[in-house]
Design a protein around this ligand. Structure first.
Ligand SMILES: [Ca+2]
Length: 198
């Protein structure tokens, strides 16, 4: 019986390890392009000129949006971390943001939920690291979307913003393969206890 408890504990630990994953692909733009991300609009390019870590970051030149959505488990906690850098100066009415949106299965945003931060009010010329803290995905959420971008109401470009080091940590949607593995393991344990009893 002791052996069984140990084995079940191990299985739970394995399942638990799988639940604390970083879900974004190309989170620090180290592929040297924007693969994994979707550009909704605007002028956003990889840059080597100013990075938080590694060799690349993403630069939103003045007005644009980049996002990456992943499947999530509704009702569980996720946390987004990201870094941003804004040089000093800049004119007009403009700003930047990093955020975590919750989306329905059809891709529409669930308004009034999620997390967003506007870095333009922070000290310029240095990198800042931001974190959403634990955010519970709403019951009707299907995707979580990491977003970054800049906006501008004037006609002339204001400041660019550099973005780097994104991570969305939380429970991944269980893959059929791992479910099968877990199922097989539990089934095996069941067989083991039965054999012992006989
Ligand atoms: Ca990077």
């Amino acid at each position: 019986m002791k052996k069984l408890i140990v084995m079940v504990t191990c299985l739970i630990l394995v399942a638990g390890t799988a639940s604390a994953s970083q879900l974004l692909s190309n989170p620090g733009f180290e592929t040297g392009d924007l693969s994994g991300w979707t550009k909704s609009y605007g002028d956003i390019t990889p840059t080597e000129a100013n990075v938080r870590e590694g060799n690349y970051a993403a630069r939103s030149w003045w007005d644009g949006n980049l996002n990456q959505r992943v499947r999530i488990v509704p009702g569980t906690a996720y946390a987004l971390t990201a870094s941003a850098y804004i040089p000093s100066g800049g004119v007009g009415s403009w700003g930047s943001y990093v955020g975590l949106d919750w989306l329905r299965a059809d891709g529409t945003k669930i308004e009034g939920t999620g997390w967003s931060y506007a870095p333009q009010n922070d000290t310029r010329g240095v990198w800042h690291d931001y974190s959403s803290g634990a955010q519970i995905a709403p019951g009707n959420a299907y995707y979580g979307a990491a977003t970054l971008g800049t906006w501008q109401t004037g006609a002339t470009p204001a400041n660019p913003t550099d973005f780097d080091n994104f991570a969305l940590n939380g429970q991944p949607i269980p893959e059929p393969a791992s479910m099968l593995l877990l199922g097989t393991g539990l089934f095996g344990l069941f067989g083991l206890t039965r054999r012992k009893r006989n």
